[in-house]
Design a protein around this ligand. Sequence first.
Ligand code: CO
Length: 360
Amino acid sequence: MINLESLLLELSNAPGPSGFENPVREIMKRELSPFVDSLDTDGMGSLIGIKNGPSNSPNIMLSAHMDEVGLLVRYITDEGFIKFQNLGGWLDQAIIGQRWQILTSKRTVLGITGIKTPHVMSTEERGKVFKGENLFLDVGAQNKVDAENRLGIKPGDPIAPVSDATRLNDSEFILGKAWDDRAGLAVLVGVMESVKDSDLPFNICAVATVQEEIGLRGAHTSSYAVNPDIGLNLESGVAGDYPSISQYEAQEKLGDGPAIFLHDSSMLPNLKLRDFVIDTAKASDINLQFNVLSGYGQDGAEMQKSFEGAPAINITVPTRYLHSHNSIISIKDVEKAIGLVRQCILQLNLEKIKNLKNFD
Ligand code: CO
């Protein structure tokens, strides 16, 4: 049996900004290989593991993305400070005053996003938000040449947050970076383990995608590689259960089980598939939550739009404080999400798959 907690911690700690997913891909290769018949990468680097059904059988695609929001070296100033480009959706406020790792071809370089000391600020300046274009990383370099030669920093090098994952005060909660979407990857591994001995009438394609945070790019090519008949995307959801966020904005709660998205800015789920997941959760005694979001984009949209189109849905692990150094999930929600997706797979058969794709 996989040790879910240690897998979650390992996945969270692995650095993997968009386009630099290798450390995460290595973990996923190791974890998926015992449960699949083949394991390959597509031309962009998404990992595709297939548990074969009978020949010419439908493809059930499960996907979760490996990349996390990060930064990228834009240029080095003459004084040796690092100016950067955001990779993915950051709030400028979440970037300042944090530790980061620059992943150079030579070594890992620790850096911090310095924040101007309040001692020198006017009252007006203290209330202001700092603009992204004014932010920088301090790596303790003497100057540009030192940053280049001693530390090996080059334009284009990826930069990941530094934030050690840990249980939060002995609760069911785990604190860490990158639960978006390392939580989904843990669900993916857990599901593949849970169905490893099941004889299924279809192929299960377990896909760990790249470059989701910068526009669902890896899911685009991997969906074409797989050609899914049904797509289940496994993501971090948006919890709306803490001060400063409203129920109107997000409806998931930590600890109340997995959720499905009924609307986000990238897709609408297939309604028959929605009802299938709701019925399966009910029959399996798993509490299912719903989320209707105005924003957000996720890989399910690419599965849905590949080739002639496929029913798809996004199944989530509720997450607080996405896209920051410190986000929180409940390990119980991860376990329940694994249970739900497992039951969905076991309930599916050729007739149901045909029916989900039938609009008559
Ligand atoms: Co995500």
